[in-house]
Design a protein around this ligand. Structure first.
Ligand SMILES: [Zn+2]
Length: 141
């Protein structure tokens, strides 16, 4: 596969930098229209506003080989449901400044209250692990 370098002289065939995207495997800049993409399962991913696209991430690659490698990587990754529920809860809470009852959070997130609670527990457990390892930035003295 030829490596496509953006023309430096800005002459005919030059493309705007915005038309390029990076291969998620090797980091090479590839012209958007030549980029290959695949949807892979990823429990840490939620779509900005469309819950139907939650739990999936679009990976992009410069070649079928690199796309295959990326899909393999994600296939080996465990899909953690608690992580997905936590991400949905976080997305819902991002719209609120004040405390929201868990039952409402669950309803707005499109999950059950039990799932929301498990997501919150998972999130808090991760936060505790983080503080145990790196310290609490809010702690006095
Ligand atoms: Zn690549």
């Amino acid at each position: 596969m030829d490596h496509y370098e953006p023309p430096a002289d800005g002459g005919p065939g030059a493309h705007d930098a915005a038309e390029y995207d990076l291969c998620d495997h090797c980091g090479q800049a590839v012209l958007g229209v030549e980029l290959l993409g695949a949807l892979v399962p990823d429990s840490s991913a939620v779509h900005a506003f469309d819950p139907r696209l939650d739990g999936r991430r679009v990976v992009t690659a410069c070649s079928p080989e690199h796309l295959g490698a990326l899909v393999e990587d994600y296939r080996d990754r465990p899909f953690v449901h608690e992580e997905q529920w936590a991400a949905k809860v976080c997305r819902t809470l991002a719209d609120y400044d004040e405390p929201v009852p868990l039952s409402l959070v669950a309803e707005l997130s499109g999950i059950s209250e039990h799932q929301a609670q498990r997501g919150v527990d998972w999130h808090n457990a991760r936060a505790r692990e983080w503080r145990a390892r790196y310290g609490d930035p809010d702690a006095q003295g």
